[in-house]
Design a binder for this molecule. Sequence first.
Ligand code: DGL
Length: 264
Amino acid sequence: MDNRAVGIFDSGLGGLTALKALQELLPEENILYFGDTGRLPYGEKSREQLRRMAVQDLDLIASFDVKAIIVACGTLSSNAADILERYPIPSFGVLKAGVAGMRKVPGDGPLGVIATAASIRSGAFEKALRADCPGREILPVPCPDFVPLIESGHGSGDPAIRDAVARYCAPLREADAVLLGCTHYGIIEGALSDYLGQSTALVSAAYCGAAQVAQYLIVNGMTGGRGEERFLVSGDPGAFGRAASTLLGRPLAQGAERVPVMAY
Ligand code: DGL
């Protein structure tokens, strides 16, 4: 039993899809969430910047004495996997778990992955999918407009989201499954599944990553807590609090607190 919090971080709202999943699986866990809203979007940053930011974000979260960290960001998971893996506190990205989720997709048709420009450019999702799902065509598609639209309040029903989904996802209509390689994309899952249709399964890297951490805590006897949450942001705490409570369907008990924006 370990009552310390689980740290979860992302550039903004996307990591809430992992938070939600962890709370479904282990509702008693205490959670410390960091949304780096002062520096988003991560998907437009260079690999060097992202690697520096990964260290800064991990160090910030680690300063709160957490027992494990979910790097709920496909962009950092794909550009800084080695940094997460050797961090002294157990830290889990969403790439490996998401790709493992794709391994279970039946059939031999194509598999897609949608993610930020920096994630797709890294080649890490494509490489891991090719290794884990041999014999299948892999279709990697960057979707740079999704995160700015989602962070500015657009949801599945908005025409701007529907247009962007149609623009990016046309090559994926024949895929057996599409990996949501960016944690933000679960927020527009409705628009994605409406466009891609029932024959294309959606696999959430955020959910798979949270499930992997839940399993790690259970196996290592490290579960425990009182279901408390604390939210930190480097941008506007009021805006984040409002958007987060809309997405979670409940108010944040303590709101969100501001931390300084770090240079990168
Ligand atoms: N949600 C993040 C990801 O999974 C970051 C998106 C961004 O800030 O561009 O990639």
